[in-house]
Design a protein around this ligand. Sequence first.
Ligand code: HMG
Ligand code: MG
Length: 296
Amino acid sequence: SLPKNVTIIEVGARDGLQNEKRIVPTEVKLQFIKALQRAGITEMEITSFVSPKWVPQMSDHKEIVQSVTQSGRQFVLTPNEKGIHSAMELGVKSIAVFVGVSDSFNKKNINKTTSESMEELRPLIRQLKEQDIFVRACISTAFYCPFEGKIEPERTYEICQQFVDMGVDELSVADTIGMASPSESYELFSMISEKLPNVLLTAHFHDTRKMGLANIYAALQAGIHRYDCSAGGLGGCPFAPGATGNVATEDVLNMLDRLGIETGIQLDKLLEAVKIIEPYVSRPIETGMYTLSKSV
Ligand code: HMG
Ligand code: MG
């Protein structure tokens, strides 16, 4: 049977905006985040601490952290010591680290091999846990890599296992370029949840081939009850060629609602958040529920 409750982790302000060339004013980002919180979102990636040269859109990260109400889990995403330490100095209580299963993607994304990244993160995660900070580990190219093709589930599992040994609280396992099929989703999430039952397990789907909802349905059948989604279906990683937005929060909410699964999020208010960000992004927002809301 499917889970009765699902937690949506909203990644619109981070994954959603990082790929936008035109800089969105900080004030607009803050209004977007506030509207998402008003809709009932309690866990969110609000920004990333990465190089402003690599990802200029996120260069207002400190201001974002200082202006957002820190209730629930408001994550800062960062891959390295510099970012983790500056987030800690600002008193951030929820940090998301990230690494790619494939070396070629990790090199393009953070200029290190996967094992170099893991070795850098090991002592940092220990420090975070000593400070009682919630640690989420995001695992990219868990199914397919834009450079290496299919990634064997055992390789993804190996990285998950290493993170669990380091003491992380959550794994967010990502289909970075939206190539997974529902059977691959079911198989990978069943395998990880069976072998690592004591960690929160989250699924992160990009919707490049419009398989996001189908992949979530398959993961629900594997018992997964946490999903990363992006309002308006915005998103994509600038260093993953061929990747588009994340699966849209509003369309996931509609599906879960029709399945009788509770999220605590109000769809009409979520759509107000989409309306706030729409004028500032490079393409029209054409998700199912948003389009419908404009036509009725
Ligand atoms: P580098 O050039 O190898 O390293 O970049 P560096 O140490 O020489 O740093 C370059 C500059 O960045 C220096 O500044 C550093 O101080 C600064 P400069 O001296 O030139 O003025 N810097 C930082 N600034 C702020 N915060 C930091 C930080 N670290 C260094 N944390 C680096 C290495 C990791 C910095 C770079 O490759 C980078 O920023 N990469 C980020 C890429 C990124 O943001 N990708 C998207 C997020 S991941 C994603 O979207 C996938 C996910 O959604 C899951 C999925 O879908 O797969 C999570
Ligand atoms: Mg992503």
